[in-house]
Design a binder for this molecule. Structure first.
Ligand SMILES: [Fe+2]
Length: 202
């Protein structure tokens, strides 16, 4: 590996939930910029790319402290967008029954989970994200992060996220973050979410 790359998309369009213009700008410009900036900063540090970007996020002390701040920001931007675009789908899929059991155990019911997730996402101040994460005891939690902080920096493993930076919705929804949140829940691929849970709790 000689640099970190954007994840490929398994869809061309998420209309009508996410309009094509937003998808293209978000994936093609914003996510690209974080990826390019991260690689530029790492190359200036003679970084060896031996490990994954997730490993780097969990071991950021290998970067000299003077360069850490900017690398943390762009690494977060890279990882958060990678998960966001990975989570979305143009094919309607049912939530796996094993994930439903887990959600019931952690949140009471799927409806309560959705309600809690959306309530948290509405509360993100300024720019940030809401995540479903695995904690150290393999429990599921919903957390918010600001700007481009990623849950890895706080010892959590994210398995689902919704980007609530305005750039992810304002072209279509203007100020209506609530409507964006209600709609985007319908295009989350919960099979992928569950597979990430399994991969990270072995
Ligand atoms: Fe974004």
């Amino acid at each position: 590996m000689n640099e970190y790359k954007k994840i490929p998309l398994s869809y061309n369009s998420l209309e009508p939930i996410i309009d094509d213009k937003t998808l293209n700008l978000h994936y093609g410009v914003h996510y690209q910029n974080y990826t390019d900036k991260l690689n530029k900063l790492l190359k200036e540090n003679n970084y060896d790319y031996k490990n994954s970007a997730i490993y780097l996020a969990q071991n950021i002390d290998i970067i000299p402290i003077k360069d850490r701040d900017e690398i943390l920001y762009n690494l977060g931007g890279y990882l958060n967008h990678s998960l966001y675009f990975y989570n979305l789908t143009d094919k309607k899929k049912e939530m796996p029954s094993e994930l439903i059991k887990l959600i019931n155990k952690n949140f009471g019911s799927v409806n309560k989970f959705k309600e809690e997730f959306i309530t948290m996402a509405k509360e993100v101040k300024g720019s940030g994200y809401t995540f479903l994460v695995i904690d150290k005891n393999n429990n599921l939690k919903i957390i918010n992060t600001s700007n481009q902080d990623t849950p890895y920096y706080y010892g959590f493993i994210p398995i689902m996220t919704i980007d609530v930076w305005e750039h992810s919705y304002y072209l279509k929804y203007t100020y209506d973050r609530s409507k964006y949140l209600d709609n985007i829940f319908n295009i989350i691929d919960f099979e992928k979410v569950y597979n990430l849970y399994l991969d990270n709790t072995k």
